[in-house]
Design a protein around this ligand. Structure first.
Ligand code: NDP
Ligand code: 2IT
Length: 449
């Protein structure tokens, strides 16, 4: 069988075993398309069924989460933890609280996390979890009661050397605080069982900035590798949460001009640029007042709001999607390419549909896939774990340097395994292969388990 036939048969098997899980199929296929040709002349990986084993999570824990709202009504949600693979370290990955959460989404995220964590060079396996709970419009007390109920069940399956959750969409400092509080209450222990903690109780400096900064460092390295810089580049960013905010800050810092931000209702276009002052306002809007991005236009009249639209219709040199999966369709990709976009750095997880990825690769756009571009967040989570184990706190300058070094190392690994010619690097292929090798070799060493 040719590698194409093997890939097709693998894909069919995954689809058959995981019906109705399109996001999971998409992620597994995207990795498979890089790995099957790579292992063509490496029969030991094929004989050990490494790809098949990686696509079968170690376990999935599903549980009911009951809580009481402020009116005294009983509410029921579903919670999950997907422990994908712990070949190179304890399961590690965020928790997502969003009404759109399904098992398919958490399985794709846990699968991707396995390769991403490997790329960081730190000893972390892959996991992800979350709930279909919608924190929007809930009071702090309701969020607290939900988090306490969620952790009461999740607590059986996590531990500082077993599985270390963190934040993701809808889970930020507030939620991590409540989750940590409940874990501490249940176990009577104070351990680094979650990352993204507050600075008062074991958190790490720059964790909050790390994902957005890292995505821009990756972008900067790619652009420099073709002899250019971010100076003066027009940048479209989606989202207005943690990753989008700090990607905007770093992009401005490196001389770029960010002109869009969005949320699930629409996007704003500010042709004058979203500078530090405007960004501080957005940060307050999203983390304190928990308002909508449309309010930006009331505050800053230079901007226009587009209800129900995505920012990719705005002409830009660079796009940094920082909201959610599949937020760049093939049509969006065509629009970006038509408008002269030269680079895409994926701050969100799998924000480009497969057809959009194919177009970026075909057009030889500088394309940093999420598992490489957004690995800075989990990398600093890994550094938070190290600090917790050693009971020390590193200074900001040290952490900044470590984050930059890790992102550079990821860029270089992508180049090493993804270079296709003197002038072109396929970063997607590079990231998949580099991430795969370490996990696969560890699995081989552990035997058939
Ligand atoms: P936040 O909850 O802080 O922000 C999410 C942003 O994305 C909000 O603006 C939200 O808008 C928007 N959004 C969420 N869902 C949708 C949707 N279905 N359609 C359109 N917009 C949507 O999350 P983060 O910034 O932490 O996460 C953003 C992305 O980055 C996710 O893909 C996440 O997996 C990824 N990521 C996060 C890391 C981290 O360290 N936090 C690390 C690596 C990746 P609204 O408020 O309207 O919902
Ligand atoms: O997708 C991700 O890498 C995250 N949400 C961060 C995970 C973590 O453990 O910090």
């Amino acid at each position: 069988m040719s590698w194409q036939e093997k890939l097709e048969s693998f894909k069919n098997g995954v689809e058959k075993r995981n019906p109705g899980e399109p996001e999971f199929h998409q992620a597994v296929y995207e990795v498979g398309a890089s790995i099957f040709p790579y292992i063509e002349d490496k029969p030991w990986y094929q004989e050990a069924q490494i790809m098949e084993r990686l696509a079968e999570p170690d376990r999935i824990i599903i549980f009911r989460v009951c809580w009481e709202d402020d009116q005294g009504n009983v509410r029921v949600n579903r919670g999950w933890r997907v422990q994908n693979n712990n070949a190179i370290g304890p399961y590690k990955g965020g928790l997502r609280f969003h009404p759109s959460v399904t098992q398919s989404i958490l399985k794709f995220l846990a699968y991707e996390q396995t390769f991403k964590n490997s790329l960081t060079g730190l000893p972390m396996g892959g996991g992800k979890g979350g709930s279909n709970f919608n924190p929007k419009g809930k009071s702090n007390n309701e969020v607290m009661r939900f988090c306490q109920s969620f952790m009461t069940e999740l607590d059986h399956y996590i531990g500082a050397d077993m599985d270390i959750p963190a934040g993701d969409i809808g889970v930020g400092a507030r939620e991590i605080g409540y989750l940590f509080g409940q874990h501490k209450r249940l176990t009577k222990e104070f351990t680094g069982v979650l990352t993204g903690k507050g600075m008062e109780f074991g958190g790490s400096l720059i964790r909050v900035e790390a994902t957005g900064y890292g995505a821009v460092y990756m972008l900067d390295s790619m652009i420099k590798s073709v002899g250019s810089t971010l100076e003066g580049k027009t940048i479209c960013i989606s989202g207005s949460g943690n990753v989008a905010t700090y990607a905007t800050e770093k992009a401005n810092h490196l001389g770029g001009k960010v002109v869009t931000l969005s949320d699930s209702s629409g996007f704003i276009h500010d042709p004058e640029g979203i500078d530090a002052e405007k960004l501080a306002w957005v940060c307050e809007l999203k983390t304190v007042r928990r308002g909508r991005i449309s309010e930006y236009c009331d505050e800053f009249p230079s901007a226009q709001y587009y209800e129900g639209k995505r920012p990719w219709m705005v002409a830009c040199d660079v796009a940094i999607p920082c909201a959610t999966q599949n937020e760049i369709s093939a049509d969006d990709a065509a629009e970006l390419i038509k408008n002269g976009c030269i680079a895409v750095s994926e701050g969100a997880n799998m924000p480009s549909e497969q057809a959009a990825v194919d177009m970026f690769l075909e057009q030889k756009i500088l394309f940093a896939p999420s598992k490489a571009a957004n690995a800075g967040g989990v990398a600093v989570s890994g550094l938070e774990m190290s600090q917790n184990s050693a009971r020390i706190s590193w200074k900001e300058a040290e952490l900044q340097k470590l984050l930059q070094d890790i992102m550079l190392q990821i860029h270089d690994q992508c180049e090493k395994y993804g270079r296709e010619s003197d002038t072109y690097v396929n970063y997607l292929k590079g990231a998949n292969i580099a991430g795969f090798i370490k996990v696969a070799d560890a699995m081989m060493a552990h035997g058939i388990i």
